[in-house]
Design a binder for this molecule. Structure first.
Ligand code: T4K
Length: 373
């Protein structure tokens, strides 16, 4: 609960997931930071966090960054990408903003209506001359179809990379988010399953690329300033890494709790006419961080009316990613034909979940949906 908000049935319920470690765990890590008087610039906690991340995700390199957006921007630049990048329009603005900041031009592609992810067919339909990269987004923690995308990327001579901001610890069989693209990025924002308050990382199995990313995230080289190459400050601080290390110790517990909340929502919502519950039951090991529904024409009111109905009752559901990046300035200067994305932008609603959402809260949200219209 936010400190200033009253308890009780009508307290606002937010979509942001705040998974909260025990204060004693956080305090122990922060005591160490203050004892060492070493706050940032590649300190011991960042090094430990990077090691533990790489081990957990089964990758050679996990490089701590200040947030997920900057991680994507720096990695794209360090990889030497230039020209165009195929990217879904059905994503959070940060995916596209980071690419644009890195000097790339987004070419929007549509997504699969079932999974909300890109696939080889949607990317192929968007391919044009000058495409240097294909950037998938493992949306809602569901992995993109990696094999077919890799085949297409190889054929087209494009780099395959992933925005895995939603997909920490998500997998299908032996395929784990983090090692599936030439590089992938994660977000450790407060609302993510692994939470550094702000934070992120790049993962890669490419040693040379990892070196280039580590160099680019640090604005100068050691103690001399004889040259000033194009770099930036994208470092993760010790405080962020402390939160990350504590979060990692709790991740299995949080994933299990997420799974329980997700299951409770699914059981109630799957039986409502006109509501499609976005299910990850097809062999995916998900972090169940996102509870998402589609409101179809069979439901008595449309998605936006349902969102307002919920918000009027303190349930702050969100229509991510309305209206779609292809309709947002400045990207709408080109006219894009993305019918699936357009439909999803009218139907998708994200519901509250996370540590602060109890079973009773979920029942309250579901009852409001059942009685809507
Ligand atoms: N790629 C993708 C696909 C992403 O979804 C994101 C971020 C990124 C890249 C970039 O990663 P970062 O640079 O952020 O590391 C929120 C998060 O801020 C953002 O990290 C996340 N995706 C996105 C999906 O959601 P907003 O602008 O919608 O946040 P905000 O402040 O409205 O928070 C959402 C809800 O959470 C609010 O209703 C209240 C609640 N909340 C939030 C915070 C920060 C809390 O209860 N406590 C809090 O401390 O973007």
């Amino acid at each position: 609960m936010k400190p200033s908000e009253p308890a009780g049935d009508e307290r606002p319920l937010y979509v942001g997931q705040l998974n909260t470690p025990e204060w004693s765990e956080i305090r122990a890590e922060f005591d160490g930071i203050f004892d060492r008087r070493f706050y940032t610039n590649h300190g011991p906690l960042v090094a430990a966090f990077e090691r533990e991340l790489a081990e957990r995700l089964g990758v050679r390199h996990a490089i701590g960054m200040t947030n997920g957006t900057v991680a994507l921007m720096v990695a794209a630049k360090a990889a030497g990408l230039a020209g165009k990048v195929v990217v879904p329009a059905f994503t959070f603005p940060a995916t596209v903003q980071a690419m644009t900041f890195a000097g790339l031009t987004p070419v929007f592609c549509d997504v699969d209506p079932e999974t909300h992810n890109i696939d080889a067919a949607t990317v192929e339909a968007a391919m044009e001359a000058g495409v240097a990269a294909i950037a998938g987004v493992h949306l809602w923690g569901r992995l993109c179809p990696v094999d077919e995308l890799r085949k297409l990327a190889d054929r087209e001579g494009a780099m395959l990379l992933f925005d895995a901001a939603h997909a920490f610890d998500c997998s299908v069989g032996d395929r784990v988010a983090g090692g599936l693209g030439v590089f992938e990025i994660f977000s450790f924002h407060a609302t993510k399953v692994l939470n550094c308050a702000e934070g992120g990382c790049v993962t890669t199995n490419d040693d040379a690329l990892a070196d280039a990313i580590r160099t680019a995230r640090n604005f100068h080289e050691q103690q001399t300033f004889t040259s000033v190459p194009l770099r930036i400050n994208a470092k993760m601080s010790e405080a962020q890494a402390a939160m990350g290390l504590v979060s990692l110790r709790n991740i299995d517990r949080w994933k299990a709790a997420n799974g329980n909340r997700y299951g409770r929502y699914r059981d109630r919502l799957s039986t409502i006419d006109g509501i499609r519950f976005i299910d990850h039951a097809d062999g995916m090991e998900s972090n169940h961080q996102y509870v998402v529904i589609e409101v179809d024409s069979g439901f008595p009111i449309d998605r936006t009316e349902l969102m307002r109905h919920l918000q009027d009752h303190g349930v702050i559901a969100r229509r991510y990613f309305y209206p779609g990046m292809h309709k947002a300035t400045p990207y709408n200067a080109t006219s894009w034909s993305l019918p699936v994305t357009d439909g999803l932008c009218e139907r998708v609603l994200q519901l509250p979940s996370g540590d602060m959402i109890s079973d009773e809260d979920i029942d309250r949200v579901c009852a409001l949906i059942e009685s809507a219209g």
